[in-house]
Design a binder for this molecule. Sequence first.
Ligand code: SAH
Ligand code: DHB
Ligand code: MG
Length: 222
Amino acid sequence: MLERNIAIKNYINKFFVKENKHILHARENSQHLGLPNIQVPAQVGKLISLLVRIKAPKRILEIGTLGAYSTLWIAESVASDAKIICLEIDPHHASVAREHIQVAGYASQIEIREGNAQQLLNQMQNNQEAPFDLIFIDADKENYPAYLDAAILLSASGTLILSDNLIPKGDDIDPNTDSPGARGIYQFNKKLAEDPRLESILSTTIVGEKGRIDALGITLVK
Ligand code: SAH
Ligand code: DHB
Ligand code: MG
């Protein structure tokens, strides 16, 4: 079964996914510098990039940036007057991300705010920052429910919220699991499904060498 998943993933990648040189550099150099190998899979990067192209957002928020791999998939598809704000808690990740953004030529369009996403999101609400057109959630899984609440407050009607890793690792689908990260995700999914302000689907994805099934959440704020 998993071998079939890997074959499907390779087939999709071969025909539909091409990392540009900056995206490829961000992935390879992040690995070289010892960052964890947990960026979105290339085909999820392409899916996000295509959704960005369809949405044509002017203000974009990314929660959890790592080495800017997903950021550069987003940047590839935005207009030159669009602005991307990235939240990242790890100073080393943030500095590697800044470097990748710089060499890709997006330094004036992409701002990295270093710190705890919850605090930075609170600041944005207190400062009454303009709503975002697209928000990508991909940081610590325990706090996904809080990130969704904040994302909704920083949205307007028509905002697209994308969320990575909505199927937790493990053999079973178990909302009562002991893992705090997985519990956060199940709680997040319940809210995505039930909040009357949102219309959502989880779109399954195939991840890594093992062909594990995960999902990208696609949510429209009504
Ligand atoms: N979006 C990236 C992957 C992000 S991995 C990509 O696909 O390329 C998750 C990132 O979230 C890590 O870099 C981690 O340091 C960051 N993170 C974890 N907890 C955080 C928090 N509380 N606030 C902000 N960032 C956080
Ligand atoms: C992992 C994967 C992710 O996409 C992420 O955002 C965080 C962690 C992981 O495989 O551990
Ligand atoms: Mg992720």
